[in-house]
Design a protein around this ligand. Structure first.
Ligand SMILES: [Zn+2]
Length: 392
């Protein structure tokens, strides 16, 4: 992976926050590191004698974040929150908000506590495709251990307070100087340093190791289709618009990757093995619709039935989301993503693209394996996401 740090350019940035913005934008430039709001970064500094954590605010993308996109939060409050035995994510969010020294700043990232407890000035967190691909396989633990012997490796837990608490407990007896970073299974990676460039360099170096492992062990050749068959999008778009009760935009993807993916045998088993990184589920749902014949209506009805079964199996008092799919795989044709806006359809398509490549590669190193159904449900029905629905 190319290191984009420009020493000459970086001399323009003199404050901690300016440097933080610069390397955050560099991370954001690589879709292989973060996609559409994924990942987060922070810097610790002192303002009026008080230790402050500037952490990515929600609603900002790393690629375009500016100084005002970072939320300034009192470090001492975050460190005290890490010690709590229990804290709901909603209470965590309101506690973090109260600890901001500028109430007009955006809400701090839900990973703010985790950034706070890492005792370095600059902390970088991405959802690197290559690293999550290594992790999301049946040999995931072994792969990660082999490529990252000097990292603290954390089994999958739900993002938010429980993840911060898990890592807080794990690091009590750790000499940070002895580790190069932290890998979160099925989720991503953290690197850190007191120097902005070094923290960024460590991210690029770690991701490069994972990429090299994949190049060696999981290279993919797309089976070339002579000509892509035409696909009439009208029926599926109309049916799903009715299901979702809103006009829909779509993105039809027939790249060699999408066609290769859509022409696999046992398409259903192959393509319904879960998300690449947990937060994707909010946009894509856990699985796409698989269209293998002309009866699209019946296929959608079956999808909805199985979604409602999944909801009933794991729900307690949650509000059920619309049970119809957010993207579909059309046998031998490609994939089609839907959204209330063109932008939303394109975002879902981007996520699907990265997922397809990861699935194909993970199958070369032991078989793709995402988080469990139960963990998927917990993410999809996270109280913070449900709170947004209840507000609506
Ligand atoms: Zn994350």
């Amino acid at each position: 992976m190319k290191n984009l740090y420009d020493i000459q350019k970086a001399t323009n940035f003199t404050t901690d926050l300016q440097l933080r913005v610069y390397t955050s934008n560099l991370l954001g430039k690589s879709d292989e590191l973060v996609l559409h709001g994924g990942g987060n970064t922070s810097v610790k500094t002192v303002i009026d004698g008080e230790d402050i954590l500037y952490v990515k605010g929600s609603g900002w993308d790393l690629v375009s974040i500016k100084e005002e996109g970072f939320a300034p939060v009192k470090l001492s409050t975050l460190l005290n929150m890490a010690k709590l035995e229990q804290l709901s994510d909603s209470d965590m969010v309101s506690g973090q908000k109260e600890a901001m020294i500028d109430s007009s700043a955006p809400n701090p990232s839900v990973e703010a506590i985790l950034h706070a407890i890492i005792p370095y000035k600059f902390v970088d967190h991405t959802h690197s495709d290559a690293i999550v691909t290594l992790s999301n396989s049946f040999n995931g633990e072994q792969n990660i251990q082999q490529v990252f012997p000097n990292f603290l490796i954390v089994p999958y837990v739900m993002p938010g307070f429980i993840l911060a608490q898990t890592i807080y407990k794990m690091i009590q007896n750790i000499d940070f100087e002895s580790i190069d970073g932290i890998i979160l299974h099925n989720h991503g990676i953290f690197t850190f340093d007191n120097d902005a460039k070094k923290s960024y360099d460590k991210m690029i170096d770690a991701v490069t190791l994972a990429e090299q492992f994949l190049e060696k062990n999981a290279s993919i050749e797309f089976t070339q289709k002579k000509n892509s068959k035409p696909f009439d999008t009208k029926e599926i778009v109309e049916l799903l618009s009715k299901e979702k009760n809103t006009p829909l935009f779509f993105n039809l993807n027939q790249t060699p990757l999408a066609q290769h993916y859509a022409s696999q045998d046992n398409l259903k088993e192959f393509t319904t093995r879960g998300v690449l990184t947990p937060e994707h589920i909010i946009r894509t749902k856990r699985v796409p619709l698989i269209v293998e014949n002309n009866n699209i209506l019946q296929t959608i009805t079956k999808y909805k039935e199985s979604y409602i079964q999944y909801f009933k199996r794991f729900s307690s008092d949650e509000i059920c989301l619309n049970p119809s799919p957010n993207y579909a795989i059309i046998k031998n044709i490609g994939i089609i993503s839907f959204g209330k806006t063109q932008k939303e359809a394109n975002i879902i398509n981007d996520i699907a693209e990265h997922t397809m490549l990861a699935v194909l590669r993970a199958d070369k190193i032991g078989g793709y394996k995402s988080i469990s159904l139960k963990d998927s449900f917990e993410m999809e029905y996270w109280e913070l996401e449900q709170a947004k629905l209840k507000r609506v």
